[in-house]
Design a protein around this ligand. Structure first.
Ligand SMILES: C[S@@+](CC[C@H](N)C(=O)[O-])C[C@H]1O[C@@H](n2cnc3c(N)ncnc32)[C@H](O)[C@@H]1O
Length: 298
C-alpha cells in the first residue's frame, strides 16, 4: 500500500490529522484504531474497495464530504471543473448570487463546493435515489442546505427551468465512459462505482448529446455550459455544440494533460433546437423534492 494511502487510513482510523502523524511518526496507535486499520487494509487488499468507501469521507475542494457505497466517489480532476466555473463566476459583471443547475450530482460534490465557495444557488439532480439522499446530506452537513436543492430526476427534468433561459451556469460531470471500455477499467472502478454513473452508450457521449440542447434551452444569453468529458472525446463533444446556440466552445485539459473539460457560452439570440422534451430527460421517476426551485432561487 502506498505511503499516501496508509497515511489517509491512519488519520481516519485515529481521528488525528495526517500532519499530526507526520510530525510524530513514533506515536503509538490506540488499540481500537489499530484494529480498525487492520480490518480496512485487509478489505482493501481483498476487494480493492476505494479508500473513501472505507473511511466514509472524501476531501473535495477542501471540504470533507460523506461517502457511501452505491454512490460515485468524486475524482480529483473534477476539482478542475469547479475551479473553471468559479473563475467564470468571479469575472466582473457576473451577477451574484449565481443560479446554477448541476445534473448528475452524485454525492453533491460540485453543487456543495459551488454553494460553499461561491455562494451560488444550485439545483442539482440525479436519477439515483441513494445519490440524491447523500447529496442532500452533504449539503446540510456543509451548511448550504438552503442554497442547494436536490431533485430525484432525469437531467433537467423537475428543475422547473427547462425552456426558461434564466440560468447562469449548467455544470455537470455526467457518465462518459464508452460501454466497450468496461473491461479495461481498474477493479476499484468496475466493482465499486455504480454502472449508471460510468457508462453513456457506444461513444460515451450519450448524456452530453441530450444535455447540451437541454442546457441551451435553460441558460440565459451569455450563460456558461461546463462539462467534464473523457480523453479522446474532445472533437466529438465539441461537434455536439455546433449549430448556433453556442459560442467559444473549447476543450481544456486536466493537470495530467488529458482532454477533460468542455466549455461554451450561450449565444444571445439563437433559439434552442426544437425538441419535444426540453429537459433532456424525458419521463423521469416520481419527483422527491425537498427545497423547491422557488425556495432556493427566490
Ligand atoms: C460520473 S458520476 C458524477 C457524480 C458527481 N457529479 C461527481 O462529479 O462526483 C455521474 C452521476 O450521474 C448520475 N446520472 C446518470 N444518468 C443520469 C441522468 N439521466 N439524469 C440524472 N443523473 C444521472 C449517476 O447516478 C451518477 O450519480
Amino acid at each position: 500500500m502506498a505511503r499516501r494511502e496508509a497515511l489517509i487510513l491512519l488519520a481516519a482510523a485515529t481521528g488525528r490529522p495526517q500532519a499530526g502523524w507526520l510530525a510524530h511518526p513514533d506515536d503509538v496507535v490506540p488499540a481500537g484504531a489499530a484494529a480498525r486499520l487492520k480490518q480496512w487494509v485487509r478489505r482493501r487488499r481483498r476487494t480493492r474497495v476505494p479508500i473513501p468507501l472505507l473511511t466514509g469521507r472524501r476531501e473535495f475542494m477542501g471540504l470533507s464530504l460523506v461517502m457511501r457505497r452505491g454512490v460515485f466517489v468524486p475524482r480529483p480532476e473534477t476539482e478542475g471543473l469547479v475551479e473553471r466555473v468559479e473563475a467564470w463566476l468571479a469575472r466582473p459583471g457576473t451577477g451574484s448570487p449565481a443560479r446554477i443547475i448541476e445534473p448528475c450530482t452524485g454525492s453533491g460534490a460540485i453543487a456543495v463546493a459551488l454553494a460553499r465557495r461561491a455562494g451560488a444557488r444550485v439545483i442539482a439532480t440525479d436519477r439515483s435515489l441513494p445519490a440524491v439522499r447523500l447529496a442532500r446530506l452533504n449539503a446540510r452537513r456543509q451548511g448550504v442546505g438552503r442554497l442547494v436543492a436536490v431533485h430525484h430526476g432525469n437531467l433537467l427534468a423537475g428543475t422547473g427551468w427547462a425552456g426558461r433561459r434564466g440560468v447562469d451556469v449548467v455544470v455537470a460531470n455526467p457518465p462518459y465512459i464508452r460501454a466497450v471500455d468496461r473491461v479495461r477499467l481498474p477493479p476499484e472502478v468496475r466493482r465499486h462505482d455504480p454502472a449508471a454513473a460510468l457508462f453513456a452508450g457506444p461513444d460515451g457521449l450519450g448524456i452530453v448529446r441530450r444535455l447540451a440542447p437541454a442546457a441551451a434551452a435553460c441558460l440565459r444569453p451569455g450563460g456558461l455550459l461546463a462539462l467534464e468529458i473523457g480523453h479522446g472525446q474532445g472533437r466529438g463533444a465539441k461537434r455536439l455544440l455546433a449549430g448556433g446556440a453556442w459560442r467559444g466552445a473549447r476543450v481544456e485539459h486536466d493537470l495530467a494533460g488529458r482532454e477533460r473539460y468542455l466549455l461554451a457560452t450561450r449565444t444571445p439570440s439563437h433559439s434552442a433546437p426544437d425538441r419535444r422534451d426540453p429537459t433532456g430527460g424525458g419521463p423521469h421517476p416520481p419527483l422527491r423534492t425537498r427545497g423547491t426551485v422557488d425556495k432556493v432561487w427566490s
